[in-house]
Structures are given as structure tokens and as C-alpha cells.
Design a protein around this ligand. Structure first.
Ligand SMILES: [Zn+2]
Length: 385
């Protein structure tokens, strides 16, 4: 009994000492590791600030290896990979983050968003769509819906795009009724191409109900009606356009003049277009006025005098070229060459230009093929801008 007690007296301090030493050792090692992780992290940060992305990635990988639980380092690394176009590696980092059971909800949503961005940048639209759909109900919902809208528009999936736009409209994330009207117009054009004209006209009527102030549905409907020989109805539709969106009348002035001629409504239409021209002296409305003046019985020379009157208001090369085309010159044998040179110079001035990106095109676009913006083209020729 005495023997056991002495061992116990000796053993207790020893055990205490060993325990203390072990704890000191662990603490020292832990501190060392902890010191190493920030060191590698700051090294990476330094490289990043010096635009040395390769070295930054090496340093971050080292930091991540030292401390695999640090989500911030994973985010930094994943973003770096994405910025460098290494999408596969970015996806791996973010998927690894998502597979961790200990990840907080905020970080999980952040990782899901980062993963969606990786897929979007990589052009993997199917996978991006699935990743974005998982962001419903998170703080990234707004951005995710906008990105989904862009995907559906790119793939011309108008019903899906309309569903998202409607959801955003209802959630108060902006007014999307004009956009929805565009989707209906796109659907209507597809139907019209398949000869389903009544269905197309119904969609255009629906578009006008959703966004009565948006000009496109009136213009598309008038075009379809004119193609069907229903010029009277086409004139009525364009008269509505003149009331609702006079700024876009230029886009439909010539078709209106043609329908007016076909439906014996020349005088009335001439008056409407004249009123519009007095407010905004548009080149297209001018063309329509020349056409209708002739249809009303004016001689070609008298009708073309409108071009000269236009030149008194606006120094326009396009109007000058149109006027000279019908004139007899003193040396008329040189007229074709002179006309060709004038038309060549005037041609770029008759294009339309996107106000958002400057993309120019011969035809008018409701969605810019350059920057994908909607309604970014003013309804004016380059010369009139
Ligand atoms: Zn553009």
C-alpha cells in the first residue's frame, strides 16, 4: 500500500507535466499552422495586386492545403480561376465547397451563385440554367432571374422568358411589360412564318393589351394585315400608332402610305403624316408624303418639290440625292455617275444605330444584335441623329 502511494505521488506531477508539455506542443503547432496560412494568403494577395495571377494561384493553393476548412480562400481561388478562363478548375473549387457539410447557408448560396457564373462564362447554358434555378429564394434571386432571362432570350425560348419576366414584374423587380410584348411579337412572327396568321394577330393584340404604349405590336400587326390585303385595318392600326407612339411612325410611314393608296384613304393619311412631319421632319415620313402627293394627283415634279422644301429645313444629303435622282441636269449624260456617287455617300446615312453600343445596321432592330439591348435603336436614320 505504501509502495503504491509513492508511485502515485511521483506519477501525478509527471502526468501533469506530460499533459502540459503535450498541450504546449499542440498549441505551438497550431499557432505555426495558423501563421503559415495567413502568410501564404497574404503572399497570394500581394501577387494578385501585382497582377501576377499565376503566382497568386500557387500561393492560394498552398494556403488552401494548409487550411482546407477556409471557405474564403476557396472563393478567392475559384474567382481567380474563372477570371483566367480556367472554368473547369473554377467549377471544381465551387463544387468542392458545395459538397462540404459544414458550410454555412450564406456560403452555400454564395458558392451556388459562383458555380452558376462559372457555367455562364464557360457557355454551358444548360448547366448554368440548372444552377441559376437553385438560387430562387436566396439573396442572389434578382441576379439569377436576370441571367436566366438572358439565357432564354439567347436560345429564343420566348415562353420561358415570358414566365420569368412575369415573375419579376409581379415581385416588383422592375417593369417588364414592354419586354413581354416583345416576346409575344417574336412568337407571333414565328407563327406568321408558319402561315398561322390569325393566331399571330391574336398574339399581337395580346401584346398591345400588355403594353399599349409599345410601338412594335402595332407595326407588326399592320404589316401582317397588309400582307393579307386587309389595308383598311392596317391603316386603322397605324393611325393608333400615330396617336400612341408618334416617335416610331417613321418606321411605318411608307407601309402606311401604301396601305392608304390601296384602301383609298390617301387624303386622310396625307393629313396625318403631314401633321407628324411638321412636328418631326423625318426622312421616312417625307418619302411617304412624296408617294401620297403623287397618288393624290400631283405631278412627279411637284411631289418631289417636298425634298427641296425639306432641304430648306434640314441640310440632308439623303433628301438631296432623292431630289436629284428625278431631275434633268444640264449635262445629263453624266447623271448616272453623279447619282451613283451621291447614293454611295448617302447610303451609310440611311442606317440605324444602336444608342447603347453604336452597332449600325441597314434594317431596324428591336433587339440589338451587337449588345442584346431591347429598344436601343432610335427610330431615326443616322443622318437624323
Ligand atoms: Zn447595341
Amino acid at each position: 500500500m505504501e509502495f503504491d502511494l509513492s508511485w502515485l505521488l511521483l506519477g501525478l506531477p509527471l502526468a501533469f507535466f506530460l499533459g502540459w508539455a503535450a498541450s504546449r506542443f499542440d498549441l505551438r503547432q497550431w499557432r505555426m499552422e495558423n501563421r503559415q496560412a495567413p502568410k501564404a494568403y497574404f503572399k497570394g494577395l500581394n501577387f494578385l495586386l501585382n497582377e501576377q495571377q499565376d503566382q497568386a494561384i500557387d500561393a492560394f493553393i498552398e494556403a488552401v492545403q494548409n487550411d482546407p476548412d477556409t471557405s474564403e480562400l476557396h472563393f478567392a481561388l475559384g474567382n481567380l480561376f474563372r477570371r483566367r478562363g480556367e472554368y473547369e478548375r473554377a467549377v471544381r473549387v465551387h463544387e468542392h465547397l458545395l459538397s462540404r457539410a459544414d458550410l454555412s447557408r450564406t456560403d452555400r448560396e454564395r458558392a451556388q451563385h459562383a458555380l452558376a457564373l462559372d457555367f455562364l462564362k464557360a457557355g454551358l447554358l444548360d448547366r448554368a440554367e440548372a444552377a441559376l434555378q437553385k438560387l430562387e429564394g436566396t439573396p442572389f434571386e434578382n441576379q439569377a432571374r436576370l441571367a436566366l432571362l438572358a439565357i432564354y432570350e439567347r436560345s429564343r425560348d420566348w415562353p420561358q422568358a415570358a414566365a420569368i419576366a412575369q415573375r419579376m414584374d409581379q415581385a416588383g423587380q422592375g417593369r417588364f411589360n414592354t419586354r413581354q410584348a416583345h416576346y409575344l411579337c417574336e412568337d407571333a412572327l414565328s407563327l406568321a412564318a408558319k402561315k398561322a396568321v390569325p393566331e399571330a394577330l391574336e398574339l399581337l393584340a395580346q401584346a398591345r393589351r400588355i403594353a399599349p404604349e409599345a410601338p412594335r405590336a402595332y407595326i407588326e400587326a399592320a404589316r401582317l394585315l397588309a400582307q393579307q390585303g386587309q389595308h383598311d385595318l392596317a391603316c386603322d392600326t397605324l393611325a393608333q400608332l400615330a396617336d400612341i407612339a408618334p416617335s416610331h411612325l417613321a418606321l411605318a410611314a411608307l407601309p402606311w402610305a401604301e396601305s392608304a393608296r390601296a384602301s383609298q384613304r390617301v387624303a386622310e393619311t396625307l393629313q396625318r403624316l403631314e401633321a407628324s412631319y411638321q412636328l418631326v421632319p423625318s426622312l421616312d415620313v417625307l418619302e411617304a408624303l412624296v408617294m401620297l402627293s403623287e397618288a393624290q394627283g400631283a405631278s412627279e415634279a411637284t411631289a418631289r418639290e417636298r425634298y427641296v422644301q425639306h432641304l430648306e429645313r434640314e441640310p440632308s444629303l439623303v433628301a438631296a440625292a432623292r431630289w436629284i435622282a428625278g431631275e434633268q441636269l444640264a449635262h445629263d449624260q453624266f447623271h448616272p455617275q453623279v447619282q451613283r456617287a451621291l447614293d454611295h455617300a448617302a447610303k451609310p446615312l440611311t442606317r440605324y444605330r444602336c444608342a447603347a453600343c453604336g452597332f449600325e445596321a441597314k434594317q431596324y432592330f428591336w433587339q440589338c444584335p451587337g449588345c442584346q439591348s431591347w429598344d436601343s435603336y432610335p427610330a431615326k436614320r443616322v443622318e437624323e441623329l
